[in-house]
Every structure is written in structure tokens, then in C-alpha cells.
Write a protein that binds this ligand. Structure first.
Ligand code: ADP
Ligand code: ZN
Length: 613
């Protein structure tokens, strides 16, 4: 007992020593220390942590602490090279095996494997389970298996990969080697699928909070999404890298072109583009500073560029899970970042159409529609957005975050029972067939030709809502849909019909408040995210930061690696703050490990000295 207690203390010390000397960080985050201890001492683990939470160290450090080579399974072939480059920069002996290597290159890696010359090996799942690879591994000393993006084993999620099911074999073939499965997908069905399908019944489960405190959420009703985007970018991100999501390929192209015309470097990315173009655009996003990618959902999985400063949705995403995953690509480095969205009722129609045209079973379609209205509920909420998001994932967040639009500028609300009754009555009396546009005309008493033809100008409801602007009525309808009182009728022509609680609401039995007026985005400067220090605040404009950033780019270009594998933005900002004058001071900057100190310390000290005098 005593012995195991001392050895556990020793293990912790050794883990901390590796964290400091190799990665240059001072302390562990969240449950990293416990996870590392578990795996380094030979146990299995399932790790649920949000994007940017720090999952990689959870297997990288145990692999360095244990004898032999750690094997990392990842579906993201395109990104293995970056991960390996980053590790090599830190002095870790890492390599990857996948279909992008030539036979010669693969043979080199295999030789290193046999010689015990690797600490970490990244492998694509289909490659790993091939008999040849398993055979080779059985002749190597293995430290652990890390199964990254472990939700790919689940059919529930959207990233299902059949080859992940075969990873079961690792447990059978190598029973003594600890396994750690990691994912940023948190829901229960996925979690139990991972445990069952990978035989991880004995694994310790580590579930971190899914909060991303450095991301600031803003959601605004769509007026003109392009103008709203540029206002937001000008106010918040004049020279930052980010991702803009749109629903259609055509819009992706259009917005990318438009941003270029506005002087930004913006590149399109969608499944309809040539693979070579897609790859080039992704590469530029990773390797250059301040590139904006405009994309459909085809872009982003596994993008682990740490300094994505914003993610903007110009249309509604598919559901809250997708939204959280997509926005989670911002601010992985922990510095301030923005998640911005514009949305409208027409997006809802488009997405409902997608669900309808899909080949899903009816039950699944109903779930998808439900998820979509939960997302609309998030958009329309007048309370703290973080609370709603985390609540959706089953986490109880019992305060207001102070870092979302609703917390920063509480929306004006008013008692909307009467307004809701008017709107619902218009829906009912016109036969639950019409869309919001027409219904607003009825409420506001617009005597259009269509109105005369239908005879709806004779209804009692006609003109009872002339006191509100069309924009406000549209918002009322969205909020009624968000709260489930109305539903979009997809079988019909996308008209609005009563939802489950529609009648109760019409009778005035359901209390609710309405958002009084839409804020205009960006313009007032009130949305600026400077709660956390970061390039979204003021330091991006600091000349020293700029200078260090270009020095970093230059070094990265010489080696053909992304700049952030040399130093992260957070590390550069610490250099700007501390202005280290010698190597000892430089070694204390978080993110400067031993190897990077040797390689780049002097160059950066000199650059700082030159600019500071
Ligand atoms: P995930 O894989 O969970 O999305 P990463 O492993 O890429 O996250 O880590 C996100 C970022 O946080 C990286 O930039 C990483 O270097 C940094 N990081 C992780 N753990 C620590 C730590 N203990 N101290 C400081 N930075 C950390
Ligand atoms: Zn909030």
C-alpha cells in the first residue's frame, strides 16, 4: 500500500517533469494529472473533454513515461503530419503511418518501429488493423494505445467509421497494453457505445466540464448576413484567422469572393471543390496567419489550429451538437475567441427540407426536427447562452457567465402573452397553412392582392398587430416556434401550424416573455471580447507581437510546418508581456520547453532586445 502510494507520487512528479521540460507548461489542467497517472500505471481510460481541453497530453505524456512506443489511432489522415511535426519540434520521436506515405517512407517508419526508435506513432485505423501492421506491432514494445475521436465507433453520431469497430481487436491481441479512448462528444448513447464496442468496461471514465469559458457567444437575427459578418469582423477581428460556415456551396463561394473584395484573405471549402484545391486551402489556413476559410460543414473535423479566433455561422447549423462542435474550433489555445451567428426562419425551412429529403427513418427524422427546434430555442433565448448550451448537454450551470451577448447586454423583454395570442390566432384563422411573411401581413393589415383573393382581410385578426414592425412580428413567430407553440409544417409548404402547446398558448395559459427588439451586431463595439487577454483584444496590434509573429512565420516557412508548432500565440503574448532578456527568463515562458529553448530561444531573445530598446 505504502509502496504504491510512493510510486504514485513519483509518477506524478515524473509527469510534471515531462510537462515542463518537453512541453514547457507549468501545471496540468482539469483532470489531466489523474488521467495520465491512470494510463501511465497501466490502466484503461475513457476521456470526455471538450475541444481544446487538452486531450493530447493525456496520451502523449504516458507514452513518454512508459517503456516502448505509444500508438495513436486517428481518422484524420490529413492532420497527422501536423501533429507529428509539432511533437518533433518539442523533441519527441514521433512518426505516422498512413496512405500518404510512399513505400520508402513507410519502410523507414517500420524500421524505426522495430528498432524501438519511436515514442509515438500515429496510424490510420484501417492501416492499424491490417494483419501486416498487427504483426509488426506484436514485435514492438508497446506503451499504450490511444484511440482519438473515439465517437467514430458509434453509429449515433455523424462521424461513424466502420473501421473503428475493428479496433476491438487491439484488446484481444494486446491484452496487457493500456488503452485510452478520447472524444469531445459527450452524449450518453455515444459514451456507452464507446465502452461497449471497444470493450472498455473496466476503463476509468473522466468527464470534464464541457464549458469553453474563453468563447464568447453572440447570436443575432439575420438581416443581411454578409453585412452583419463584415461589421462583426471589422469590429472584432480586423486581422485574425477564423472560419465562416454557410449552408450551401453557392453561398460559400459567394461569401469568400465578397470577403476577398473587402480586402480579406478568404478561401472557400466545400465538398464540391477539387480535392487538390481543398487541400491547398486547408494548408494555407494552417500555415499562414489571418486566413479566413468560408466553408460548409465539410470543413473542420480535426482542425487543431489553436489560434482560430472566431467561428461565424451565417446560417443555422444542423443542431446544438453540431453548433457546439463547430464553434469549439475557436480558441483552442484558451485565449479569447468569438462564436458569432446570424439566423433566420428561412434557414429553418432549408434544414427541415434536408431532413425530409434524407433517407433517415421516420423516428430519426422526428429526433432531428426536435433537435433543430432545440437549436432555435437556444437562438431565441433571453437568458445566459452558456447556461442553455451546457444544460443541453446535461450540465447544470447555475450562474450567468458574463461572457455571452445576453449576459453582457441583457435583452429587453416584455410580457408577450397577448402578442402570442394575436400571432397564434392569425395562424389558426388562416388554416395553419401560411408562412410567417403572409401571417405578418395579416396581422399588420396589409391589403395585398393575395389577401383580397383569400378573403383574409375579413378576418377578425386582420390588422390587430399594426402596432409592431414586421421585424418584430417575425421575431415573435420565431420565438413561438422555438418554444414549441408553433411548428414548421414540412409536409405542407413550410407553413406554420400548431405545436403541442399551441392551444394552451392561444388560450393565454402559458406565460412567456419576448425579446423586445433585435440588437444590431458588431457596430456598437459592445460585443468586443476582451474579457480574457488575447489577440481578440488589443495585443494583436502590439508591434512586438506582430514582429514575433512574423519571425515565427519565417522559421515555419523554412521548415514547411504551420507557425503554431513553433510557438503558440499564447506563448508569443507571454513573451510580449515578460520581455525575457536572456535564456533563463525565456525558459520560464509557458510553452517554451527545453528543445524549443535550444532551438529558438536565442533568436527570440535577440528579436525582443532589438525591439524593446
Ligand atoms: P484537444 O485535443 O482536447 O482538443 P489539445 O490537446 O489540442 O486539445 O490542447 C489544446 C491546447 O491546450 C493546446 O494548444 C495545448 O498545447 C494546450 N494545453 C494542453 N494542456 C495544457 C496545460 N496543462 N497547460 C498549458 N497548455 C495546455
Ligand atoms: Zn452568459
Amino acid at each position: 500500500m505504502e509502496e504504491s502510494a510512493t510510486s504514485s507520487v513519483k509518477l506524478r512528479d515524473r509527469a510534471l517533469e515531462v510537462l515542463r521540460s518537453v512541453f514547457g507548461y507549468d501545471g496540468f489542467r482539469h483532470e489531466q494529472a489523474a488521467i495520465i497517472e491512470r494510463v501511465a500505471s497501466g490502466g484503461d481510460a475513457l476521456v470526455l473533454m471538450p475541444t481544446g481541453g487538452g486531450k493530447s497530453l493525456c496520451y502523449q505524456i504516458p507514452a513518454l513515461l512508459r517503456d516502448g512506443m505509444g500508438v495513436v489511432v486517428s481518422p484524420l489522415i490529413a492532420l497527422m503530419k501536423d501533429q507529428v511535426d509539432a511533437l518533433r519540434q518539442a523533441g519527441v520521436r514521433a512518426a505516422y503511418l498512413n496512405s500518404t506515405l510512399t513505400a520508402f517512407q513507410a519502410a523507414d517508419v517500420e524500421r524505426d518501429m522495430r528498432d524501438g526508435a519511436l515514442d509515438l506513432l500515429y496510424v490510420a485505423p484501417e492501416r492499424l488493423v491490417a494483419p501486416r501492421c498487427l504483426e509488426l506491432l506484436s514485435r514492438c514494445k508497446l506503451a499504450l494505445f490511444a484511440i482519438d475521436e473515439a465517437h467514430c465507433v458509434s453509429q449515433w453520431g455523424h462521424d461513424f467509421r466502420p473501421e473503428y469497430l475493428k479496433l476491438q481487436i487491439l484488446h484481444e491481441r494486446f491484452p496487457g497494453v493500456p488503452r485510452i479512448a478520447l472524444t469531445a462528444t459527450a452524449d450518453r448513447p455515444t459514451r456507452s457505445d464507446i465502452i461497449e464496442r471497444l470493450s472498455l468496461g473496466g476503463a476509468a471514465v473522466f468527464a470534464a466540464s464541457f464549458d469553453r469559458p474563453n468563447i464568447r457567444y453572440h447570436v443575432v437575427a439575420k438581416t443581411s448576413s454578409k453585412t452583419q459578418l463584415i461589421n462583426f469582423l471589422e469590429a472584432e477581428h480586423p486581422a485574425d484567422a477564423g472560419i465562416v460556415y454557410c449552408l450551401s456551396r453557392r453561398k460559400v463561394e459567394e461569401v469568400a469572393e465578397w470577403l476577398c473584395a473587402k480586402g480579406r484573405v478568404a478561401l472557400p471549402y466545400h465538398a464540391g471543390l477539387d480535392a487538390a484545391i481543398r487541400e491547398r486551402n486547408q494548408d494555407r489556413f494552417l500555415k499562414e496567419e489571418a486566413v479566413i476559410v468560408v466553408a460548409t460543414v465539410a470543413f473542420g473535423m480535426g482542425i487543431d489550429k489553436p489560434n482560430v479566433r472566431f467561428v461565424a455561422h451565417l446560417d443555422l447549423p444542423k443542431n446544438v451538437e453540431a453548433y457546439y462542435q463547430e464553434t469549439g474550433r475557436a480558441g483552442r489555445d484558451g485565449l479569447a475567441a468569438n462564436a458569432f451567428m446570424t439566423y433566420g426562419m428561412s434557414d429553418l425551412g432549408t434544414l427541415l427540407g434536408f431532413i425530409d429529403e434524407s433517407d433517415l427513418e421516420e423516428r430519426q427524422r422526428r429526433i432531428e426536427r426536435h433537435k433543430l427546434s432545440a437549436l432555435l430555442g437556444y437562438c431565441e433565448t433571453v437568458t445566459c447562452r452558456r447556461k442553455v448550451l451546457l444544460g443541453y448537454f446535461g450540465e447544470n450551470y447555475d450562474r450567468a457567465c458574463g461572457n455571452c451577448d445576453n449576459c453582457l447586454h441583457p435583452p429587453q423583454v416584455f410580457d408577450g402573452v397577448v402578442m402570442a395570442q394575436k400571432a397564434l390566432s392569425a395562424v389558426h384563422r388562416t388554416g395553419e397553412r401560411f408562412g410567417a411573411g403572409y401571417l405578418v401581413d395579416v396581422l399588420r393589415g396589409q391589403l395585398t392582392d393575395r389577401m383580397r383573393q383569400s378573403g383574409h382581410h375579413r378576418l377578425k385578426t386582420f390588422g390587430v398587430g399594426s402596432d409592431l414592425e414586421p421585424k418584430q412580428w417575425h421575431s415573435v413567430f420565431r420565438q413561438l416556434v422555438a418554444q414549441g407553440h408553433l411548428e414548421v409544417d414540412v409536409e405542407g409548404h413550410g407553413g406554420l401550424k400548431f405545436g403541442e402547446t399551441g392551444w394552451a398558448a392561444l388560450r393565454g395559459e402559458v406565460p412567456f416573455v419576448f425579446r423586445a427588439k433585435e440588437r444590431s451586431a458588431g457596430r456598437r463595439g459592445g460585443l468586443r471580447n476582451d474579457a480574457a487577454p488575447g489577440p481578440a483584444g488589443s495585443s494583436a496590434k502590439d508591434p512586438l507581437f506582430q514582429a514575433l509573429r512574423s519571425l515565427r512565420s519565417e522559421l515555419a516557412r523554412e521548415q514547411n510546418v504551420p507557425p503554431y508548432v513553433i510557438f503558440h500565440d499564447a506563448t508569443l503574448m507571454e513573451m510580449v508581456r515578460r520581455k525575457p532578456a536572456d535564456l533563463t527568463a525565456m525558459s520560464r515562458v509557458p510553452g517554451v520547453g527545453r528543445r524549443k529553448l535550444d532551438r529558438y530561444g536565442a533568436i527570440f531573445v535577440a528579436a525582443i532586445a532589438k525591439l524593446v530598446t
